[in-house]
Ligand binder design. Structure first.
Ligand SMILES: [Zn+2]
Length: 226
């Protein structure tokens, strides 16, 4: 067991597997720390670094992953991502968003795997610095929470696969926009207008879609402003 085994959360997010843990999923000591962040959580570089690899191993291993190297040769790896926003060769500064978390590769639920390897190849416990990777983003956490709630409410009328696609889409949309509240309100007005405009053109189905647009963005405004 790692010496920090008593730590169960990072920035409020549960640690789903600690550094050095052995369990049913990890037959050998876990090489990093798994933080159970919602899909679409922006992940920040924990140090100034150069992006050395952007990879997608499909359903195996890390799935979508990004590797960065600091000036002293330390390698930082984020795995199971939904999207890598940084490009191979990019020089990133500490705090820059490099990827969005996901549930890709060999993964049993939404989380990010954070791993640090020294220049000599030794594994370093990332727990003390992992909080810098998955910083809570304040207002956007509320929006992501609303997206989860919204998709949850629709579970009776939307089939499972569609629901998870919608959920991923919403998380992706919200994370990529990474917007402030003024922009959300502008988007809401544009979306509502769009929803109302298409209603008469495509009949009842359009009306329903228009209402959904209004309910969704109205809900976001309510959630963000209260
Ligand atoms: Zn892991």
């Amino acid at each position: 067991m790692a010496e920090d085994a008593m730590i169960t959360r990072i920035n409020g997010y549960p640690i789903s597997a600690g550094f050095g843990d052995i369990d049913s999923v990890h037959k050998i000591p876990h090489k990093g720390v798994d933080i159970a962040v919602p899909i679409g959580t922006p992940l920040h570089a924990i140090s100034d670094a150069t992006v050395t690899r952007v990879n997608d191993s499909g359903a195996l291993g890390f799935g979508k992953s990004v590797r960065m190297k600091t000036e002293d040769g330390t390698e930082i790896i984020y795995g199971h991502l939904s999207r890598v926003t940084a490009q191979h060769g990019d020089h990133v500064s500490a705090g820059d968003i490099v990827a969005l978390s996901g549930n890709t590769g060999h993964s049993t639920g939404p989380h990010v795997h954070v791993q640090i390897v020294s220049d000599s190849g030794a594994l370093i416990d990332p727990t003390p610095v992992a909080q810098l990777a998955a910083e809570p983003s304040g207002i956007m956490d509320h929006v992501r929470g609303f997206a989860d709630w919204f998709v949850g409410k629709e579970r009776d009328i939307i089939a499972g696969p569609v629901r998870s696609t919608l959920s991923a889409f919403l998380h992706d949309l919200i994370a990529v926009l990474n917007i402030n509240s003024a922009e959300i309100i502008t988007l809401a007005i544009v979306s509502c207008a769009g929803g109302m405009m298409i209603s008469p053109i495509i009949g009842d189905r359009g009306k329903w879609m228009g209402r959904l647009f209004i309910a969704f963005w109205g809900g976001i405004i309510w959630r963000v402003t209260t």
